[in-house]
Design a protein around this ligand. Structure first.
Ligand SMILES: [Zn+2]
Ligand SMILES: [Zn+2]
Length: 169
């Protein structure tokens, strides 16, 4: 088993995702998932919640149609009439949804979101190198572990600070 420090050094996207997941309570996750379900949206899982919270802190609302798996599209986003933000929930950038992939060309089938691509390839690399599954990672970054909780606090504070600075610019 790798240490948390090794994951942080070599697989920063995996580290970020699992620390952030540990930083949200089950209560909050269930609340989010139930809210989406009440609007007929059943495609999201726990791992997406911290990213949506990050966008909320920036006062932005990613269009869910654009971000719907497996390959979300929103006609209103295309014509610029969407009442939601035409942004990716995972990286916050404009113009693509988290699960959208290139329809053709050299990158055909690859996710447009480079953060999503990096996360998945790092997850795969961790699996190959150490035989570590997602469940192992969840255990390693369990919110019941005080050290993990502290890491999550620090990361959330840094995110809030960096968002505040970028909004001030
Ligand atoms: Zn839209
Ligand atoms: Zn993105």
């Amino acid at each position: 088993m790798p240490s948390r420090e090794e994951i942080k050094e070599s697989y920063p996207e995996v580290y970020e995702s699992f620390v952030l997941q540990a930083g949200v309570s089950d209560e909050l996750v269930n609340e989010k998932l139930a809210f989406w379900a009440s609007n007929g949206i059943n495609c999201f899982e726990r791992w997406v919640v911290p990213y949506f919270l990050e966008r909320e802190r920036e006062k932005r609302r990613p269009c869910l149609r654009l971000n719907y798996p497996p390959d979300g599209k929103c006609g209103d986003c295309t014509t610029g009439k969407c009442r939601y933000d035409r942004i990716c929930f995972m990286c916050g950038l404009e113009g693509h949804g988290t699960f959208q992939s290139y329809p053709g060309g050299r990158k055909r089938g690859e996710y447009k979101c480079s953060k999503h691509r990096t996360f998945l390839s790092q997850l795969e690399a961790v699996r190959r190198r150490y035989g570590v599954t997602e469940n192992d990672l969840k255990e390693m970054f369990s919110p019941d572990d005080d050290a993990v909780k502290a890491l999550a606090q620090v990361m959330l504070t840094l995110l809030v600070l960096s968002n505040t600075t970028s909004l001030l610019r």
